[in-house]
Write a protein that binds this ligand. Structure first.
Ligand code: SAM
Length: 312
């Protein structure tokens, strides 16, 4: 049975890649409902330790129940962009593995009140941590049209970004932008008629882009992955599951910068920049879920997993 409504994606591959020492110290940077964490604890020995993070208070509440069941487990309510400070606070200078299962959990998407989904009317919120930072409504109240169009293009690859941004801000000025249904309607009417009834709903990319913007997901990713790689012990593993191509590209580039850090021109016979590799790829070509997993769990369809190891 999935842990409280979230089916963990690529669970066995994730645990297999991450856990190379059963008595090691591990971090699950995205606890969610604990599907990966529980599978990892099942692999760890009595001396193994798992520290989890999540920025969502509801995920952390679920994690506290697991703390009561298993003395090897602990959880912190923090964004993984603050991983460096969390590890310092725990006195964990080196860890044997850090796993990230990015994006939102099924309970977050399914609960209309969080404002993540179209098709379910809810407030314009979209914060993974509703106790911190501006909501989507707060941001839309201040943003200008050019910035909004850039957000839709950069984080959603939305080809009708300019038209949708204009429609959202017009609706806001006219007092017609209060709920996720209003946002969905604005997207639907902004795109040309032939684009309204395709395979994906015309609001899909806008909702994704706005969620990434509200939660500063790209800033979080950069800070979180860099902190993870800084704290890996030799042989320690970094495992990352991402769910859209922009995110996966960023993961690849952040790891690649440590696999091939040398900046010398290719015609130089020897390296003079002095930057030496600190990571190596274990899974460079992303691992995808099987057809059977995607059929059983449609949210797995876009998942890609990359794995790298800290060099000595
Ligand atoms: C896909 S779910 C993880 C599911 C989890 N692996 C499981 O098996 O139940 C992603 C989780 O990561 C959390 N999350 C996303 N970005 C985060 C960040 N920057 N810092 C901490 N948690 C984050 C979300 O709140 C959500 O609970």
């Amino acid at each position: 049975m999935p842990a409280a409504g979230h089916v963990p994606v690529l669970r066995d591959a994730f645990v297999e890649a991450l856990c190379h020492r059963p008595d090691g110290r591990y971090v699950d940077a995205t606890f969610g409902r604990g599907g990966h964490a529980r599978a990892l604890l099942a692999r760890l020995g009595a001396a193994g330790r798992l520290l989890a993070l999540d920025r969502d208070p509801e995920a952390v509440a679920e994690g506290r129940r697991l703390v009561a069941e298993d003395g090897r487990f602990s959880i912190r309510h923090a964004p993984f962009g603050e991983l460096d400070a969390v590890l310092a606070d725990e006195g964990w200078n080196e860890v044997d593995g850090v796993g990230f299962d990015l994006g939102v959990s099924s309970p977050q998407l399914d609960e209309a009140g969080r404002g993540f989904s179209f098709g379910r009317e809810g407030p314009l919120d979209m914060r993974m941590d509703p106790t911190r930072g501006p909501s989507l409504a707060d941001r839309l109240a201040r943003v200008d049209e050019r910035t909004l169009a850039r957000v839709l293009r950069d984080h959603g690859d939305e080809r009708y970004a300019a038209r949708i941004a204009r429609a959202i801000l017009r609706a806001r000025r006219e007092g017609r932008m209060k709920t996720t249904r209003d946002l969905e309607n604005a997207c639907f009417h902004a795109v040309p008629p032939h684009a309204r009834y395709g395979r994906t709903h015309p609001a899909t990319r806008t909702f994704q882009a706005l969620r990434i913007w509200v939660n500063d997901e790209m800033g979080q990713l950069e800070a979180g992955l860099n902190a993870a790689m800084d704290h890996l012990a030799p042989g320690g593993r970094l495992v990352v599951i991402s769910f859209h191509s922009g995110e996966d590209r960023r993961v690849r580039d952040l790891i690649e910068a440590r696999v091939h850090p040398c900046t010398c021109p290719p015609e130089f016979p020897v390296c003079v920049c002095g930057r030496t590799p600190s990571m190596r790829w274990l899974q460079k070509k992303p691992l995808r879920p099987s057809e059977a997993e995607c059929a059983a769990n449609p949210r797995a369809r876009t998942a890609r997993m990359r794995v790298a190891e800290r060099l000595a």
